[in-house]
Each structure stands twice: as C-alpha cells, then as structure tokens.
Design a protein around this ligand. Structure first.
Ligand SMILES: Cc1cc2nc3c(=O)[nH]c(=O)nc-3n(C[C@H](O)[C@H](O)[C@H](O)COP(=O)(O)O)c2cc1C
Ligand SMILES: Nc1ncnc2c1ncn2[C@@H]1O[C@H](COP(=O)(O)OP(=O)(O)OP(=O)(O)O)[C@@H](O)[C@H]1O
Ligand SMILES: [Mg+2]
Length: 508
C-alpha cells in the first residue's frame, strides 16, 4: 500500500510515530464500530486530505492484505469506501468544492453532500442512517479542539456520536511532512499561500508567505508548506476589514475602535517579592508609558501572588473587559512559575506539550532541556500562538488576548515591545495619541474640588484629575484625544478662579 510504504521507507522518524499512532486509532475505530456505522467528514482541506489517506492505510491494514490473481493489490482494498459527508456551502472556495468531488471519485468514497449547517445536517443524517462515529481532521491548535481527545463524544446539544480525531496531536509541520512524503494531491489553494481554509469571506492567503519582491507582481505567495511557524497557520483567517482578536473578548472577537477611540489594556504582574516589598515593579510603569504612547488606555494594573488561582482569577476578569491583557512574571522552570497554568485555568483549558516551543527551548538551553518532560514547553492547549521575531531568543506567548511578556527588566521590555509592534496579527494598533495639559496651583484641593466635579460632568471625554504634590501644591491634569476640548476644559477651570491661580507645567 503506497501510503504505508512511503512513510515506513522514509527517514522521518517523527512522522513514522505520528503515522503509527493515527493508524492505530483508525484501526481501533474500525474494530469498535461496524463499517456502515462510521463516516468520514471530508471537506477537501489539508487536514482532511491527510486523514483520507490515513483512513485508506488503516482500512487496508484492518482488512488484511488480499491480492489479485496477478499479484497486485485489488482496487477495493486500495480504496476505502467509507461513508463520507461533505457540508457543501455557497461560501466555499470553488477550488475546495471541485477538489472534494474529484478526490471522492478517485478514491471511491461514498460521498453524501449535506446542504445545511453542521448541527442540523448531522441531526438529519443520524435520523436517516445509524451513525456511531465520525472521523474528523481536527488538530490541537484548532479553536474547536480544546478539551478533545482522540475519541471524544459529540458535545452536549449535538446529536450523539463519537468524534474520532486520529490526527489530533499532529502539528502543521507533520501534516505537510505527510503530504509531501506520500506525494498525494492536495487542493491547489495551498500552493497559492492559503494555509488554513475557511470560507471565501474570511480567508485570504497567509501574509507571512507573501513574496515581497519588487520584480514580482503584487499578490504572489509561497506555498503553504513553506510556512515555518505552524502556529501562524490561521493568520489568513482574519475577518476582512477587522482585526480579529479572540472569541471571548467583549466585542465578540473583533476589535473595533470604540466610540471614544480607545483600546484598553490591563497589566497583571505575578510576583510574591513585589508583595513582600523586597522587589519593585518597574515593568508595569514602563509598559503603561508604552501603551499610552500609542494611544491605548490602561484600565488596571494588578500585582498577584505566585499562585495558580490568583493568576487565573485576575486574568479571567481582565480578558473579558480589555482588548489586551499583558502578563509579567511567574514564567520559567521554578515551582513558583505558575503563570501559564493560571492562564490555562482562566480559559478553562489544560496545559499541553507544544512541540514548536520545545524546539525553541532546546535551541536556547541545549542539554538542560529535558525533552518531552520539559515543563516549560507545556502551554495552554488550543489557544496559544507563538510570536516569533528574529530579535527574540524565545517567541512570546499569546493566549487569545493575553500576551505573556517574559521580560525581566525594562531593557528587555523595550525589545519585546518593539518586536510586538512589528509582528503581524497583533492588534497593537497605533491610535490617535493622547494629548495632555497640566496645571499647577497653590489653591487647596478643597477650594478646587467642586469646580473640577462640574468640569468632569461637562467634559466626559476628557480625563480631569487632581494630584496633591504637597500640602500646599496641587497638580491638575487634563488628558484626552481632542486638544480643543482639553484647552476648553483647562480654560474653564482657570476662568473660575482669580488670574494667576494656575500655571502650566510640563510633565514629560
Ligand atoms: C462532523 C462534525 C461534527 C462536529 N461535532 C461538533 C461537536 O460535537 N461539538 C461542537 O461544538 N462542534 C462540532 N462541530 C463543529 C466544529 O467544532 C467546528 O465548528 C467546525 O469544524 C468549523 O470549524 P472552523 O470554524 O475552523 O471552520 C462538528 C463539525 C463537524 C463537521
Ligand atoms: N464543510 C465541511 N464538510 C465536512 N467536514 C468538514 C467541513 N468543515 C470542516 N470539516 C471537518 O472538520 C475538520 C477540521 O476543519 P479544518 O478547517 O480545521 O481543517 P481542514 O479544512 O481539513 O484544513 P485547513 O485547516 O487547511 O482548512 C476537517 O478536517 C473535516 O474533518
Ligand atoms: Mg478548513
């Protein structure tokens, strides 16, 4: 059987292990369920293409190896006549549609096309024909893979069947290693820079594969297998005209500039030492300045203990109310380094080994990296993206809208910040900058309090705050995005008191 032979005769030991495990899962499924009661969910995508050929190999191994009288393998064995469901949609790329139909014909799949959404389509299917298990090309890292195992019952609210995920633990690299080693056909879109395919409305070629050559016509892309960081496979699946952030952000995953023109961030610092008073938190102050500099508003800075629940509670709260959450500290090999576990808990996922990150670690710390058991390579499953930049020794970790900054001092923070600004897909958009005006006064806070309260009501778009610099000196700050409004508010304050009561100061 050509697939089995290509993998076994190849030199890729890692692929061989992945292949053996996937085929084992397939054979177990064929042993557990009647062949007529299992189905294959095929949509012409790369993952389901891999699964198709694994099913062919698994079926061949499951059935034994009968040969034709002339010694060659019979077609009925090389094909896997499995019931195959395809949810056809008018939003699908025509290339995906035609590849699905052609492939089904070439490999003798029993194709059943469904024209409704997944859930109602499956409900109708199960009513019509008993279906106990469905093979899917879901992989860890897919948004819907969170919490799934190789055999996972369908979710509550879905019709009852077993989801069988033979390639759940395959990485992007494994998928392409298999396709290239076995030299199987795949949908032509992958040669045009598409790395993960959704609908025509939400998928574009992956910008990371763009050939930025002045001689080249615009819009030329390298093939999908050239993408070096598989974590960015979904980078082409952004909503057009929007910056996609995450599925749990308050605005349903899409960051849009709010009416006041603000994006908000909060900062969570993990550090017992700061709470003991033996160390000082300089990083959050520096980050506040950076965010302010690009027009973002920091709504909260919290210092929490090195404790999973403390981190989880804070992150859970902040990720819902902010566009981005930055986390410092508690990241490393020590027992007290619980930040990633806290983030995982906040999102309700577990920590799982991340091959890509492990490779970076191995490169960085060499023989001190203990391989599979290296706990630093455990990252929140299904929600993690590695933010790789040539100036960084290790990629930064992003879990949906939470970015973990591994900086230990302000200098490292500066570098990481510059890298973040250069990376694609980080919604750190430069907004209209803040403008501010500061007035110093010898009037007491009691004397100015009432006027300032009135101004706050009159100028809700301007932040007006009073800081006591000493018993006899107050500093009144006006911060906002519209200089005219700031000048108006400051002028209104000055006019409410005798001339010379306020003088402008520069607060850098
Ligand atoms: C055969 C099949 C079974 C599915 N079963 C479930 C399920 O049990 N629970 C669930 O939440 N989603 C289920 N889904 C939906 C997928 O999780 C996911 O939303 C879908 O594959 C779209 O993925 P995409 O958003 O990456 O394109 C199923 C989809 C298919 C095709
Ligand atoms: N329209 C569909 N019809 C049938 N199965 C589908 C459909 N969409 C998704 N699936 C199933 O869900 C799996 C995961 O979908 P996903 O889009 O992540 O992978 P893919 O389409 O195979 O590859 P890619 O990530 O490159 O798009 C598919 O492999 C397939 O088993
Ligand atoms: Mg797809």
């Amino acid at each position: 059987m050509e697939i089995d032979r290509a993998v076994r005769e190849g030199s890729d030991r890692r692929l061989q292990t992945k292949y053996r495990n996937a085929v084992y899962v397939i054979q177990r499924a064929f042993a557990l369920y009647e062949f007529e009661q299992v189905a294959f969910s095929f949509n012409g995508g790369k993952d389901s293409t891999v699964l198709l050929h694994l099913l062919r190999a698994g079926y061949y191994l499951h059935k034994g190896k009968p040969e034709c009288s002339n010694g060659s393998l019979s077609d009925s064995v090389l094909n896997c006549p499995i019931r195959t469901i395809y949810f056809e949609s008018p939003c699908a790329f025509p290339e995906i549609n035609s590849f699905t139909y052609e492939t089904a014909t070439v490999y003798g799949l029993q194709l059943e096309t469904i024209h409704s959404d997944f859930k109602s389509g499956l409900e109708a299917l199960l009513k019509e024909k008993p279906t106990k298990a469905i093979f899917l090309g879901t992989r860890i890292g897919d948004p819907n893979a969170v919490g799934q195992e190789q055999f996972s019952p369908s979710s509550i609210g879905w019709p009852p069947f077993m989801r069988v995920n033979p390639i759940l633990d395959w990485s992007y690299r494994d998928v392409w290693a298999f396709i290239l080693t076995c030299k199987v056909q795949y949908c032509s879109l992958y040669d045009q820079g598409y790395t993960s395919i959704g609908s025509i409305y939400d998928t574009v070629p992956n910008a990371l594969l763009s050939i930025a050559d002045s001689l080249n016509a615009k819009g030329t892309f390298k093939p999908a297998y050239m993408l070096s960081d598989g974590r960015l496979e979904r980078a082409g699946r952004t909503k057009k005209m929007h910056l996609k952030c995450n599925s749990t952000s308050p605005n349903n995953g899409v960051i849009s500039v709010t009416s006041s023109g603000f994006f908000t961030a909060s900062i969570v610092v993990v550090g017992d030492e700061i709470l003991f008073g033996t160390a000082e938190d300089k990083l959050s102050a520096a980050l506040c300045k950076k965010l302010y500099g690009i027009g973002w508003q920091v709504t909260h800075v919290a210092v929490v203990q090195n404790e999973i629940d403390s981190v989880a509670e804070e992150v859970e709260r902040r990720k819902l109310t902010n566009d981005l959450v930055f986390l410092f500290g508690g990241f490393g090999p020590m027992q007290s380094d619980v930040s990633l576990a806290g983030v995982a808990k906040a999102f309700g996922v577990r920590l799982a080994p991340d091959e890509e990150f492990e490779e970076y670690l191995r490169h960085l710390i060499g023989k001190h990296c203990t391989g599979d058991r290296n706990e630093m390579a455990l990252l929140p499953e299904g929600i993690t993206e590695l933010l790789q930049h040539e100036k960084l020794p290790l990629p930064l970790i992003k879990c949906q809208n939470v970015i973990i900054l591994a900086a230990t001092n302000v200098c490292e923070l500066e570098t990481q910040w510059d890298c973040l600004l250069e990376l694609p897909n980080i919604p750190l958009v430069q907004l209209a900058p803040f403008v501010s005006k500061h007035l110093s006064s010898m009037l007491s806070d009691v004397e100015i309090a009432q006027t300032i309260s009135k101004l706050c009501l009159e100028f809700p778009d301007v932040y007006i705050g009073c800081q006591r610099k000493s018993r006899v000196q107050s500093l009144i700050s006006f911060v906002g995005k519209d200089n005219t409004r700031i000048e108006l508010a400051a002028g209104r304050l000055c006019n409410s008191f005798p001339e010379g009561a306020f003088s402008e100061v520069n607060c850098g």
